[in-house]
Design a protein around this ligand. Structure first.
Ligand SMILES: [Zn+2]
Length: 331
């Protein structure tokens, strides 16, 4: 019957693992003019089965009602291919220098949209080059349909509209869905992922001591005697020559070599958000420009090169393009 074509097959909820899983059904939105008889005929089941399956107390349907239509033998089994993203998504392979921020600009997407399409990422600031990220068509959240989970569950949990969900995922056939399939929940904010990533960012953006030792000179104006003074733009930490010095934060080495400004062997590391840390007077430099370093990774050894009165680390923290007191950042 032509009327039957007006039925919108929204959702197939698989509850079992193989064909004929009991409880498998399509979820339909009842349209104006639909009857139980028409639906039953369309899906080759009895009206009684429809009534029983939906625990209906009456045979009258109302437009907008959700109706489960059991699928008994309609499916060909559950495919085992890798989950594919819904239509409208693109893959982006992260290139050197690219960040979540640059993807937001490039694709004109919000942070929530990018996180929503990739809720499993480990960090906003330290993703590895070559990582494959999904670029969504808009805001929403990606979920993988779990075994025993029905799409109706997702509708209830996330408050997403069944119609919007069906449209975004182009669910048109009962065989379309299977456990593990990626489903895009349009308009849903990935709150848990955003909260988790904010915590990660907080942790990642804290500074650790690059080396432990006696603090021999603090940040700020410094008297040099004879009535002269200068501004000490870092913190001096004394330690024996050769002591390893580690990156205070993860980042990318932007300078590694001899400084003509009295710093001797100098390493600069640029961090997420544009901050930099400087490490001066090294006896040995153990990184090269362009190298990505983790927080805590050894970048050089204590020395007394350049203008220095003894083995120590001169440590600077730059934010907004100027040096700040490192003790503000170290705990
Ligand atoms: Zn110094």
């Amino acid at each position: 019957m032509a009327h039957c074509l007006r039925l919108l097959i929204l959702i197939l909820a698989l509850t079992g693992t193989v064909v004929m899983a009991s409880g498998a059904y399509a979820l339909l939105v009842v349209q104006s003019g639909d009857t139980l008889g028409a639906i039953a005929q369309r899906y080759a089941i009895s009206v009684d089965d429809l009534i029983e399956f939906n625990r209906l107390s009456s045979t009258s349907l109302h437009p907008g009602d959700l109706l489960k239509v059991p699928y008994v033998a309609a499916m060909g089994g559950i495919a085992e291919s890798d989950p594919l993203p819904p239509p409208g998504f693109r893959w982006h392979i992260l290139q050197p220098g690219e960040t979540i921020s640059s993807l937001m600009v490039r694709y004109n997407l919000s942070l929530a949209a990018i996180v929503g399409a990739n809720p499993g990422i480990s960090s906003l600031d330290r993703l590895p080059v070559g990582l494959e990220l999904l670029i969504p068509p808009g805001e929403g959240m990606m979920v993988a349909l779990e075994p025993e989970q029905t799409v109706l569950d997702l509708v209830k949990i996330y408050g997403v509209s069944p119609v919007a969900l069906a449209r975004a995922n182009q669910i048109g056939s009962p065989a379309d869905l299977r456990p593990g399939q990626l489903l895009f929940l349009p308009g849903v904010t990935p709150r848990h992922a955003l909260d988790r990533l904010a915590e990660v960012r907080e942790r990642e953006n804290t500074y650790i001591w690059p080396v432990h030792g006696r603090l021999t000179s603090f940040f700020g104006p410094r008297r040099l005697g004879m009535g002269t003074s200068n501004f000490h733009s870092g913190l001096d930490i004394a330690a024996p020559t050769g002591t390893p010095v580690v990156a205070a934060r993860a980042g990318t080495v932007t300078f590694a070599g001899w400084s003509n400004r009295g710093f001797g062997n100098l390493v600069k590391i640029r961090h997420a958000g544009g901050a930099e840390t400087w490490y001066a007077h090294f006896s040995r430099i153990l990184v090269t420009v362009g190298q990505q370093v983790r927080q805590g990774e050894v970048v050089g050894r204590i020395g007394s090169t350049g203008i220095s009165t003894g083995p120590h680390l001169h440590f600077e923290v730059h934010e907004g393009g100027r040096p700040h007191d490192p003790l503000r950042f170290l705990r």
